[in-house]
Ligand binder design. Structure first.
Ligand code: GLU
Length: 486
């Protein structure tokens, strides 16, 4: 079979991580089967069109490193398909349905539809949606009404009896009673622009889309699309409705759970390979154990038979874990380049050399690039104004901590030249002398030097900072503790 799939975003908002999952699965499905992946911009809703959202689609694809295969211009660099440029084909299709008797012109004014809606929401009528008033007009009525309103909308004649049935690749047989499907929805608006349903079906047909992989929230629309395919007498694509993406609480993923748009993930410093890897596992698994995949591997291994129909849970901690792994694996030059804007945006003016030297220290513990400024801050400029209490380890008091730090000062000389093991030995000996644990010696030193209990490896940090600067900071810490004692 000639596999052709599409991702069909509407440029009305920023790319949501769920949409990215749909795009990725379509892309991988095409790649794994030697098919074509199409990007189709569904921009027929001119009121909701947003050029930022369109740019965001391009940026998202570029960032993920995913390309679509085809567009309207055969030779040049591919622009995607735009529905707004294909209006004539929708108008023609609507006329085809009119001729076949599967659609009709509706002359109802917006005032009438408004009051119908109001009545329905007040519960005065049990039915919902359009009341089919124009469905059975006589030719004379129609001619008369056309004189008053030359731009009627075109509505689909949703069959009153029977069912819409299709085999979903993942969900199996799906059946919906026609009487429960939207009553005679508009296909073509009075401005001659199609609605989503018409444009989507016409394009999937004319672009010879073989498989429609889309989110489960589109399931109700699919029933109507099935009826449209039947009315046109067109062959249907295979449908595959992907599992919902949920937060940990079982609710649909939303802002309440954390970042949802791809751009937020980018701004927080996730690497594209981590996002791709993690998102690929939202409803798909290769086997019971393997978790790491490059995009190239996914292009080979993706198999729609291994999709899972249970809702996928978006676990931010797991994504962080993936990202930390990819950061550690990242080539230093690239990581430096990725990290620099985060550092600069935080107002840290470190030289490229400083950053390069600091990189090995922070690479091990960074989960997101946005953490870099905090981890590096101590290097450039005095540590943030931490409270004196931070310096005091649990079960110790200020005077005991003063003794510790005074002892520590003696070990700073020559620290940079000694190996970590050697330094650790010396600090351990000091701890024993002061009748405490190694951690209780290192912790106040860490806070004194970096301003925080969590920092890059301590000895490496001091090496980078310089012994002299470290000594000044330990003295400042001692001052703080002493003024605590009064
Ligand atoms: N334009 C729809 C969207 O915004 C496309 C849905 C579909 O894939 O059919 O997601």
């Amino acid at each position: 079979m000639n596999v052709r799939v599409r991702y069909a975003p509407s440029p009305t908002g920023l790319q949501h991580i769920g949409g990215i999952r749909t795009a990725l699965f379509n892309y991988l499905f095409a790649r794994s089967l030697g098919g074509k992946f199409i990007l189709r911009i569904e921009d027929t809703d001119r009121e909701r069109f947003d050029s930022t959202a369109l740019q965001d689609i391009y940026d998202s694809f570029a960032w993920l490193g995913i390309r679509w295969d085809e567009g309207p211009d055969q030779d040049g660099p591919h622009s995607p398909y735009f529905q707004s440029e294909r209006q004539a084909s929708y108008v023609a299709a609507a006329h085809e349905l009119l001729e076949k008797g599967h659609a009709y012109e509706c002359f109802c004014t917006s005032d009438r539809l408004e009051s119908l809606r109001a009545e329905q929401s007040e519960g005065k009528s049990a039915a919902l949606g359009y009341d089919r008033r124009c469905r059975d007009l006589t030719d004379e009525d129609r001619a008369q009404l056309r004189r008053e309103n030359p731009h009627p909308v075109v509505r689909f004649k949703t069959p009153l009896e029977g069912d819409a049935v299709f085999e979903d690749m993942l969900l199996g047989r799906v059946k919906r009673k026609n009487k429960d499907i939207s009553p005679d929805p508009v296909l073509l608006k009075s401005d001659r622009f199609p609605t989503y349903h018409l444009a989507n079906v016409v394009d999937d047909h004319s672009m010879e889309i073989s498989h429609v992989l889309r989110a489960q929230e589109w399931l109700p629309s699919t029933a109507l699309h099935i009826l449209l395919y039947r009315a046109f007498d067109w062959e249907m694509p295979v449908f595959c409705h992907l599992p919902m993406v949920m937060g940990k609480d079982g609710q649909k993923l939303s802002k309440r759970h954390g970042a949802t748009s791809l751009i937020e993930f980018r701004r927080r410093g996730y690497l594209p390979e981590a996002v791709i890897n993690y998102v690929a596992l939202l409803g798909w698994a290769y086997d019971d154990s393997r978790e790491f995949f490059t995009l190239e591997e996914l292009e080979k291994f993706f198999d729609a038979n291994k999709l899972n129909k249970a809702p996928a849970v978006f676990d931010y901690t797991k994504l962080d874990w993936f990202n930390g792994n990819y950061i550690r694996e990242c080539d230093d030059t690239r990581l430096l380049k990725l990290m620099t804007p985060f550092v600069e945006d935080a107002g840290i003016r470190a030289t490229a050399e400083q950053l390069q030297q600091a990189l090995p220290l922070i690479k091990e513990r960074m989960k997101r690039l946005e953490e870099a400024p905090e981890l590096l801050g101590f290097l450039v400029g005095a540590p943030a104004d931490y409270p004196a209490e931070e310096l005091i380890p649990k079960k110790m008091d200020a005077s005991h901590t003063i003794r510790v730090l005074e002892g520590v000062v003696g070990l700073l000389d020559g620290l940079s030249a000694r190996s970590d093991e050697e330094n650790e030995e010396r600090f351990r000996a000091l701890a024993e002398q002061l009748d405490t644990k190694l951690g209780n010696v290192l912790m106040p030193l860490r806070v004194a030097v970096t301003g925080s209990k969590v920092s890059p490896p301590l000895f490496g940090s001091i090496r980078l900072l310089g012994e002299e600067q470290a000594r000044l900071r330990v003295h400042a810490a001692l001052q703080k503790l002493k003024s605590m004692l009064g």
